[in-house]
Design a binder for this molecule. Structure first.
Ligand SMILES: C[S@@+](CC[C@H](N)C(=O)[O-])C[C@H]1O[C@@H](n2cnc3c(N)ncnc32)[C@H](O)[C@@H]1O
Length: 312
């Protein structure tokens, strides 16, 4: 980013700054996937955010001349994106999920789970009736559980999270969305703080990135907490524990919905014959399974029996 102050004088309008930012991002080889998918969208988002303008700004305002102060502030932000390689939401402190804004910083994963689309559809056709108790396991910013609480106003929601730094952000998001009275936080390791509690629905986006893949991630992803992404050699360490313990925390007609993202090959290798369903997403993303308690229990029992037979 070598532009001199004289060069910057050429950047007069909102449109100029978006174009310049996109060129700089492309030149620097930035990686996207934290709310936007390409250089132009990323630059557009950052420029409008810095200028306190709405993202659906009518096109006519793109030609507005900016003050020197505004130009400098925008250029500084775009430069920070290139120099730090921080994903845009860590620079703005805000990420969007299921149509809602969440506070984020480097203590939590940036929300992007395709489960957001399922919440928007009220989990239809998978759920046959609205859940009255919901657990968001591995809650991070709290985005999934909070979006569920707003989608199902009659439900009681619990958010479970191990990391106390992440829990500070979760609490802030509960206040932001005014759901503190219906949503509680359980601090601890997976189901351990939830002894004896059962839910109609458990939704989870746990860490599932294999160790070797995590090591090779782009710098943008390395700004996210390692604990939110990496989960052992094949990425399945946490998922295995969730599958084993979920039946004890689901009501008889309950359901588990879990994201495993791009780790489907590792999942199939570790859990052959898994009977869950894999929803398709209109807005992109995949790697989410849905399974009823009955199906999960049946499969776990059969696996256990086969394991014992194998040992004889
Ligand atoms: C992939 S992030 C998901 C965050 C959020 N649900 C979302 O979709 O943006 C996984 C979260 O699980 C938490 N976590 C990791 N191991 C855990 C454990 N053993 N028990 C509870 N939470 C855990 C991490 O701290 C992180 O916040």
């Amino acid at each position: 980013m070598s532009e001199s102050p004289t060069d910057l004088q050429a950047l007069r309008t909102v449109r100029d700054l978006v174009r310049w930012g996109a060129s700089e991002f492309a030149r620097a080889g930035l990686v996207y996937g934290h709310g936007t998918e390409n250089a132009l969208d990323e630059a557009f988002h950052l420029v409008l955010w810095r200028l306190n303008l709405p993202f659906d700004l009518p096109a006519v305002y793109l030609e507005s001349n900016l003050t020197d102060g505004e130009r400098l502030a925008v250029v500084e932000l775009l430069r920070a994106r290139v120099l730090t390689r921080k994903p845009a939401p860590y620079l703005t402190g805000e990420a969007w999920f299921a149509g809602l804004a969440f506070h984020v910083d480097e203590r939590v994963l940036i929300p992007r789970s395709p489960i957001g689309e399922m919440i928007g559809d009220q989990f239809l056709p998978w759920l046959t009736r609205p859940p009255t108790t919901i657990l968001d396991l591995c809650a991070g910013s709290g985005c999934i559980g909070i979006a569920c609480a707003l989608a199902f106003p009659e439900a009681r929601v619990e958010l479970a999270e191990l990391d106390h730094h992440a829990i500070e952000i979760t609490e802030r998001n509960l206040r932001r969305h005014h759901v503190e009275d219906r949503v509680s936080i359980a601090a601890g390791d997976l189901f351990k703080p939830l002894k004896g509690r059962r839910y109609d629905l458990i939704v989870t986006n746990p860490p599932y990135v294999p160790l070797g893949e995590w090591a090779l991630l782009a710098p943008e992803y390395k700004h996210e907490p390692r604990r939110a992404l990496e989960a052992g050699i094949d990425g399945m360490d946490i998922v295995a524990r969730i599958l084993k313990d979920a039946p004890a925390h689901l009501e008889d007609a309950g359901m588990l919905i879990c994201e495993i993202g791009g780790s489907q090959a590792e999942f199939e290798q570790r859990f052959p014959g898994f009977p869950g369903a894999w929803p398709e997403f209109a807005n992109g993303g995949d790697g989410v399974f849905v399974i009823t308690r009955q199906e999960l229990k049946h499969w776990l029992d059969a696996r256990g029996a086969a394991g014992k037979k194998g040992k004889k």
